[in-house]
Design a protein around this ligand. Structure first.
Ligand SMILES: O=C(O)c1ccccc1N[C@@H]1O[C@H](COP(=O)(O)O)[C@@H](O)[C@H]1O
Length: 225
């Protein structure tokens, strides 16, 4: 089964909407190092995380120094931390180790530019996937990025690049970037990811989720058409 993560949640009613639609993971962007429209502070995130029922996993999307990430993890207590900034291999190893002791999983985002290179110390996607597989994280997330948008770009990852990551990873690989109810079935057939992550594709405007889009997105994946 393909797990479904919906990210950039900012309101309790949207969390409930995701939960009732059968989403597996709800994502909250917390104290991200550069300004993004979906940013929450730790208090806001903690409140939303505490009201999420246990059958749905909670994920905090953040980034920055080891100390800052660990502090956010301790203050929000999610099931998962998604490192989505410039954390290098060594920092990823250290953060994953410390989070494991807190009972928190780690996802590391490999952000791919329009030339197929990662914004990571290892720019080759295949090599980056092989090295990240040894870091103690739970999964690799493949997403697009631009100079203007560090995530939530609404742009698709090149499928060939996604396969390079998948073929070289021993971990589950999550597909993000520009997914929506219209393109999801076609993209699933071309990529076969372990999980998908969507943000802008189920919104009406930044921070405002659209019930019909979330339900369509989930139903299409579950029905396979
Ligand atoms: O959601 C954000 O604000 C965000 C900020 C910084 C890094 C990542 C962020 N979210 C991630 O964006 C992708 C999905 O984006 P989209 O569907 O293309 O709009 C996903 O990985 C989110 O976790």
């Amino acid at each position: 089964m393909v797990n479904i993560k919906i990210c950039g949640l900012m309101k309790e009613e949207d969390v409930n909407l995701c939960v009732n639609s059968g989403v597996n993971i709800v994502g909250f962007v917390v104290e991200y190092p550069v300004p993004v429209p979906w940013n929450l502070d730790v208090l806001e995130a903690r409140e939303l995380i505490s009201t999420t029922p246990a059958q749905v996993k909670t994920c905090v999307v953040t980034g920055g120094t080891i100390d800052k990430v660990l502090q956010i993890a301790k203050e929000t207590s999610p099931d998962i931390i998604q490192l989505h900034y410039k954390e290098n291999l060594e920092e990823t190893v250290q953060i994953a180790k410390e989070l494991k002791q807190l009972g928190i999983e780690t996802i590391k985002a490999l952000r791919i530019n329009d030339r197929g290179f990662c914004d990571f110390e290892i720019s080759d996607p295949a090599m980056a996937a092989r090295e990240l597989s040894k870091t103690g994280i739970t999964a690799i997330l493949v997403d697009t990025y631009t100079n203007a948008m560090p995530g939530g770009t609404g742009m698709n990852v090149n499928f060939h690049t996604f396969h390079k990551v998948k073929d070289n990873s021993t971990l589950p690989v999550i597909l993000a970037g520009g997914l929506n109810p219209v393109n999801i079935i076609d993209i699933l057939s071309k990529t076969n990811p372990d999980a998908v992550d969507v943000l802008t594709g189920v919104e009406q405007s930044p921070g405002y989720k659209e019930k019909e889009k979330i339900e369509q997105f989930v139903n299409k994946i579950r029905l396979g058409r």
